[in-house]
Design a protein around this ligand. Structure first.
Ligand code: UD1
Length: 473
């Protein structure tokens, strides 16, 4: 069976970015540009993807993992040369169609990809260039059409006449080709430039493949995308900031259209893969990223950072940082709380100010209201942990767990030296250092007994009060 495929060009250097990172790993809304492109391709139903890597290829390959095939372009000789490196991949797809995309143009979307493929198939095209009309076409290849509107060629900015520079329909750098027709044209590409421009430059341009196909009297036309932003790419940080601004507003609009309230978007950045339920309120200064899912009727913010977490309905997170964690229904977190990876906070839990929780399970209705650390802990239901308590989870070599059973009451300033277990309904006295398990229902007191030394102050006079009158005067 014919199986359409995609080749993504990602070998370019992007020197103007002035970054130690490969260009295609530059991030738009915290997501590398290449991941936007790959997600768009996958969403359109294409599974077989080959990425052409070159500059800092090891890093790009490491990022991509096994999710796609890669081929290596040793010398960056142009987009046509880049596609040539994927010849074997394209050959394997026989008479199917291949989608070619730029890895640094993140806004290509499944709707455009599918629309262009339908158009390509209906028109029995061998090549379909995805184009877009934009206000400032400078720097892009222009779509040159005949007086009757037929595609004639794509002319690059540097080769364009003054008249051609006025054309505002540009090549997005995305194309559908019939695999056989593309392979055939690739075979002719390098000689094509030499013949037509007499060695004027060494770049092997993919755009010429379209002209070759047209010169063979085969069908090639342009599909005009209704979303002009699909052409946008970033070669420097100013362009990257523009992409971020566009993507940010797009994501805010998407959330609001789904019923999320964002009354003031100052400092609010929501990643493209974040899902938020209706009637949730997002207050200023919130950054929500990764694969975060937030339920309905939540209040997030102000000034809250959430990454790769699941927040259930009705929860609130105020001035809080939350990473790779799960917050239960109607839980209240913050202000000034830090929820670190691997934490599961139960329903109706109260996590208060200056509380840090890490790699811990906290049972329903438990309260950890002030100034404490619960790391590597299994905390039961309806537990109360007082101010200043700490699970002492690290002995300098290994992390050890603390268990606090249902209904336990941990007095203020208790240190629990792990591994240790506090039994069901047990109490610890304030200021205790708990080194041994506490049985259920017991009270553990582990602190020095208080001694009052009578009249010590009047005998020693360690500190002379200057301003206060003596007692009784
Ligand atoms: C290309 C198109 C231009 C189009 C524009 C859209 C050509 C000749 N021109 O421009 O018509 O308007 O895209 O953005 O194709 N790359 C490689 N190997 C190379 C060169 C580039 O993998 O040797 C990759 C880059 O990493 C990038 C993509 O190809 O992801 C496009 O390269 P870029 O140099 O940005 O495109 P242009 O050639 O300027």
């Amino acid at each position: 069976m014919k199986k359409d495929c995609a080749v993504i060009l990602a070998a370019g250097e992007g020197a103007r970015m002035k970054s130690a990172k490969p260009l295609v790993l530059a991030e738009v809304l915290f997501k590398p540009m290449i991941d936007w492109v790959i997600d768009g391709v996958r969403e359109s139903g294409i599974e077989d993807i080959c990425v052409v890597v070159g500059h800092l290829s090891d890093e790009v390959r490491k990022h991509l993992g096994d999710s796609v095939e890669t081929v290596y372009q040793q010398e960056l000789l142009g987009t046509g040369h880049a596609v040539m490196q994927a010849k074997d991949f394209i050959t394997r797809h026989g008479s199917a169609n291949v989608l070619i995309l730029n890895g640094d143009a993140p806004f290509i979307d499944a709707e455009t990809i599918k629309g262009a493929l339908n158009f390509h198939v209906r028109a029995v095209n061998q090549a379909t260039v995805i184009s877009s009309k934009i206000d400032n076409p400078q720097g892009y290849g222009r779509i040159v059409r005949s007086s009757s509107g037929q595609l004639m060629r794509i002319v690059e900015e540097k080769d364009a006449s003054e008249n051609e520079k006025q054309i505002n329909e540009v090549n997005s750098g995305a194309y559908w080709f019939n695999c056989q027709a593309l392979l055939n044209a690739l075979g002719k590409l390098s000689t094509f430039r030499e013949l037509s421009a007499a060695g004027r430059k060494k770049e092997i341009q993919l755009t010429d493949a379209v002209e070759i196909i047209l010169s063979q009297s085969l069908n090639a036309t342009a599909f005009n995308s209704r979303i002009p932003d699909i052409v946008l790419g970033a070669n420097d940080r100013v362009q990257l900031a523009k992409l971020n601004a566009i993507a940010r507003q797009y994501q805010l609009n998407r959330q609001m259209m789904e019923g999320v309230s964002i009354p003031c978007a100052d400092g609010v950045i929501i990643g493209p893969d974040v899902l938020i339920g209706a009637d949730t309120l997002i207050l200023p200064g919130c950054i929500i990223k990764g694969k975060t899912v937030i339920g309905s009727h939540c209040v997030i913010g102000p000034n809250t950072f959430i990454e790769d977490s699941l927040i259930e309905d009705g929860a609130s997170l105020n001035n809080t940082q939350c990473f790779e964690s799960h917050i239960g229904k109607d839980a209240q977190v913050g202000p000034f709380a830090r929820i670190r990876p691997g934490t599961h906070i139960g329903n109706q839990v109260r996590i208060g100010n200056f509380v840090e929780v890490k790699n811990a399970v906290v049972g329903d209705e438990t309260k950890i209201s002030h100034l404490s650390y619960s790391g590597d802990a299994d905390v039961g239901r309806d537990v109360n942990i007082g101010s200043g308590c700490a699970t002492v989870n690290y002995n300098g070599r290994e992390k050890l767990r603390t268990t606090i059973s249902d209904g336990a009451f941990i007095g203020c300033d208790t240190s629990m030296i792990a591994p240790v277990k506090i039994g069901r309904d047990a109490y610890t006295a304030a200021g205790s250092t708990i080194t041994e398990d506490v049985p259920a229902n017991a009270l553990a007191i582990a602190r020095a007994k208080q001694v009052n030394i009578k009249d010590w102050v009047s005998r020693k006079k360690p500190y002379k009060r200057q301003h206060l009158p003596e007692e009784g005067k």
